[in-house]
Each structure stands twice: as structure tokens, then as C-alpha cells.
Ligand binder design. Structure first.
Ligand SMILES: CC(C)(COP(=O)(O)OP(=O)(O)OC[C@H]1O[C@@H](n2cnc3c(N)ncnc32)[C@H](O)[C@@H]1OP(=O)(O)O)[C@@H](O)C(=O)NCCC(=O)NCCS
Length: 166
């Protein structure tokens, strides 16, 4: 892993379209048809948990955004999308973004995060499958993962994942 001269910063309005372009590049076409996007529509992201990683020339290497959602009525962070430019993958950029997200979420007082993704990757950050947390279909339940930032933060938390304000 290189992790050379990367600067993490909170996303600004000027970054928005560049981050969108990165997501378009990294995800399959039609990413906004994913069920997780239904939970984000019309809801502001958690601004301090939207981060960019730029190299020494200012080129965007990776980005992550986070949204608030409700799990059985309990406020929870929905992590993602997270993406790293294909030319920078495997250098630990996503690891840096993930670690900063988790630390900052804890500092902001959040106690649990969830995401929809590959357990073999996200396990290293403490995420594991959360049974009984039901994403809008179509979502493979094996890909619904959560991490507790405080002991027991997922205890008794389950049910439908819904958008804030629904
Ligand atoms: C997934 C992604 C964010 C990882 O970013 P990255 O900066 O390359 O990740 P890191 O450098 O921190 O970690 C790389 C390691 O994770 C592994 N890895 C990456 N994606 C993985 C996956 N889906 N499942 C299992 N392992 C994975 C790599 O093989 C590598 O392993 P190594 O450390 O043993 O060599 C990046 O590949 C990406 O943008 N992919 C396309 C968009 C995407 O799928 N986003 C996630 C949606 S859930």
C-alpha cells in the first residue's frame, strides 16, 4: 500500500459534480436505481461525513458520502457510496476514507453505521451482517452489514430501513 500524499477533506459544493463523475465511473450504469438511493432521495447527506481524498496535484482519488436513515425508527448512518478511481485502487485510499468516517461518526455522536456491500471487504473495518435489518427490495440480505461504535448499539435494533422523514 502506498497511501502517498493524500489529503482528506470534507466535500464542498464545488466537489459535487466531480464526486458524481467518480461514482459514475466506478459503479455500474444505473447506480441510482439501487434501493439505497431511494433512502437518500430528498434527504441531505451528513455533511461532515462526506469526504474527498485528493492527491498532491489535487486530483480526486476517492470519495465517500453518508446519509442518515432509520432502522426500525432508530437513527443510523447509511455509509456510501464509497469509490476510488480505478487508477488508485489497491493503495488503501478506501481504507483511509473508511477509518476517517468511522472516527468522525463516533466523534459526532453516532453509535451505529450500516451499508450494503461485500462482507469480505468491509469486515476489516468491523462490519458484519446484521440480521433482521431489512433494506427495501431488491437487496441481498447477506450484503446488509453493520458496525457498532458503542457496545450494544445494534442490540434490539432491526426492522425496515426507511428514509428520514418517511
Ligand atoms: C471497493 C473500493 C472502494 C475499494 O477501494 P480501494 O482504495 O481499492 O481499497 P483499499 O486499497 O483500501 O483495499 C484494497 C483491498 O481490498 C480488496 N477488495 C477490494 N474490493 C473488494 C471486494 N469487493 N471484496 C473483497 N475484497 C475487496 C482488494 O483486493 C485489496 O486487498 P489487499 O489489501 O489484500 O490487496 C474500490 O475498489 C472501488 O471504488 N470499487 C468500485 C466501487 C465499489 O464497488 N464501491 C463499493 C460499493 S459497496
Amino acid at each position: 500500500m502506498q497511501q502517498t500524499a493524500l489529503t482528506l477533506a470534507t466535500e464542498t459544493p464545488n466537489d459535487w459534480w466531480e464526486v458524481e463523475a467518480l461514482y459514475d465511473l466506478c459503479f455500474a450504469p444505473g447506480r441510482s436505481a439501487l434501493s439505497s438511493y431511494r433512502l437518500r432521495e430528498g434527504v441531505d447527506p451528513i455533511a461532515p461525513l462526506c469526504l474527498t481524498a485528493r492527491d498532491a496535484e489535487g486530483i480526486l482519488a476517492g470519495a465517500v458520502r453518508n446519509w442518515p436513515v432509520l432502522v426500525g425508527g432508530q437513527q443510523t448512518v447509511l455509509l456510501g457510496p464509497i469509490a476510488v478511481h480505478p487508477t488508485r485502487q489497491g493503495e488503501g485510499v478506501a481504507s483511509l476514507l473508511m477509518q476517517r468516517c468511522l472516527a468522525d461518526a463516533r466523534d459526532l455522536g453516532w453509535s451505529r453505521l450500516m451499508l450494503v456491500g461485500d462482507a469480505p471487504y468491509y469486515r476489516r473495518f468491523g462490519f458484519e451482517q446484521v440480521s433482521g435489518v431489512i433494506m427495501p427490495p431488491p437487496t441481498n440480505p447477506d450484503r446488509v452489514l453493520g458496525v457498532a461504535l458503542e457496545a450494544g448499539a445494534w442490540q434490539g435494533v432491526g426492522g425496515q430501513v426507511t428514509a428520514i422523514g418517511d
